[in-house]
Design a protein around this ligand. Sequence first.
Ligand SMILES: Cc1cc2nc3c(=O)[nH]c(=O)nc-3n(C[C@H](O)[C@H](O)[C@H](O)COP(=O)(O)O)c2cc1C
Length: 405
Amino acid sequence: MNVVLGVGGGIAAYKSCELARALMQRGLSVRVAMTSGAQEFVRPLTFASLTGQKVITGLFASASPEATLSSAVEHIGVAQENQLLAVAPATADLLGKFAHGLADDFLTTLYLAFRGPVVLAPAMNTHMWQHAATQANLAALRARGHRIVEPGDGYLACGSVGPGRMAEPEAIAEAVWAELNPRRDLEGETVLITAGPTQEPLDPVRYISNRSSGKMGYALAEAALQRGARVILVSGPVRLDPPQGAALVPVRTAIEMRQAVFDHLDPATIVIKSAAVADFHLASVPSHKVKKTAARISLELDPTPDILSEVGRRKGDRLLIGFAAETENLKAEARRKLETKNADMIVGNLVNQSGTGFESDQNEVVLALRTGDFVELPRASKRELADLIFDQILKLRLARYATQS
Ligand SMILES: Cc1cc2nc3c(=O)[nH]c(=O)nc-3n(C[C@H](O)[C@H](O)[C@H](O)COP(=O)(O)O)c2cc1C
């Protein structure tokens, strides 16, 4: 199989030499296309020597007056000859150009001409990574179905510490391999996923909510779709584009979320409740805006419906997975929830650690199982964890078949 490795102008370009080797070790033929920025960091000769193929260094590099049409329109030829486009490092600049369809060099033009799967490994300074523009570009690219190999946390070449360091070459090569050889082990399953926060109105202009970003639930939806499942995504208000192929059911309040879950429960074979549903709400919301006065006011809140418990009572032979976001006693809480809600697995995560939890792209979770065991998953991107969680869910499925037969 043939892949194009696009290399952008970031310090991590040197790591892409190792990536080229890791891809070739998997039997892939690797054609490298470097941006002019990338050529400031690594010489094309290095990649040419590693891959044994001519490196593409520009849109017009091979378009001499004597060139034939096919050699001159190389971006179209390369797009047709390769099964996958991987870009590492994917600079902030490249993410922006891909997201907006700009095509002012070979790699960006190839991107538009390319029809196969795309794997992007971003790398940049933490502030560049966290900038709203970069995050909006990433959301658009994710929604297009591209696989983003999330950068890790750590010391960056610019001297700062935080997210932005390109994933290790082996992890990127694994993601490329997974895209080329997709697992379809969730085919036939319908996965109902709840994600994001709920908003509980206090009056027509105010509400109470929580810090859930929905990233974990959306990562689970993306993983399930890629592994062949049908996905119904019941989502509270989030700033994420739903993955392509998911049936999105947008909701706002806990009551609406409960209704949406039971409206769509019938076809579901797996239910994953990753939403951070408000525990309390104002049962009777005033129809007018509450006026500011000097007096203290107090809110009397009522408990919201416990959707997880209710699904637990009515789940039939569905697999039910709940989430426990805790700030202490994680394992004990996950175990308590597993038992009291009749769930098959609880994914517990501590939301008060730096670099993981609600708004983060990374997470560190522990899975509580009905056998009494805990499975501790390593700190990883939410997308990687989503696959590890589904691996565990499939083990539960197999164990159930084994006890039934
Ligand atoms: C020393 C140096 C290091 C850089 N590292 C990065 C980086 O890691 N990530 C990034 O997005 N941009 C980085 N930049 C900025 C890019 O090189 C710049 O945005 C360039 O236009 C990217 O072009 P390209 O994406 O077409 O390769 C760096 C610039 C310099 C001078």
